[in-house]
Design a protein around this ligand. Sequence first.
Ligand SMILES: Cc1cc2nc3c(=O)[nH]c(=O)nc-3n(C[C@H](O)[C@H](O)[C@H](O)COP(=O)(O)O)c2cc1C
Length: 198
Amino acid sequence: MSNPIVFQCSHRAQGNSNNAMNLFLEGVREAGGEADTVLLRKVEIKPCRACRVCEKDPASPCALQGKDYALDLFENMLNAPFVFFAAPIYFYHLPSRLKTFIDRSQWVYARKMKNDPEVAERPVRPAYMTLFAGRSEGDKLFEGARLTMKYFLQSFNLELQDPMEFRGFEKIADMERHPEAAERIRALGKQAWQTHAG
Ligand SMILES: Cc1cc2nc3c(=O)[nH]c(=O)nc-3n(C[C@H](O)[C@H](O)[C@H](O)COP(=O)(O)O)c2cc1C
């Protein structure tokens, strides 16, 4: 199996999701492990064209294969012992770059539906997530993000664990006011490596 993958999905460089990525990595390294990182804001991902080629013939490649990095990242996700996503909430949902990436996984979904063994027979593995929202209120603040991530990851046989959801995180340095949150994320990285890769 290859390395775990850590996705930083915020559109800003130095923020809460970036801190979460670093803390999770610290935990992995503390356990003696290593992980690959993906800064989604720096990766070119084209939007799904809804051409339906993958649904008509799952053996055929995605029409956008070779035109960006989406399929390479999906291949890595299929082989990783676990994955971690750090993302902010934008308009009660996931940021658009992450959603664009997710839409492209229709190709993986189609292959799984046709029982392509390269997808359908991947072992079930865990996916971890932190979500940051500026607001401190709103019952359904994280609901859309959680549902979308659950079903996106299912195509890869990745099982979304209960995301760590943080409210009232707005400013870039908000993690400094919450050392307990930082410690939870670090511990999550450590435990993920010890349990699923070490
Ligand atoms: C385009 C945009 C939309 C946002 N929408 C929401 C929202 O619906 N609810 C909320 O609580 N915070 C919202 N926020 C605030 C972010 O969730 C908050 O600043 C978060 O800490 C950003 O995470 P980051 O530091 O990882 O970039 C929004 C921020 C941006 C830039």
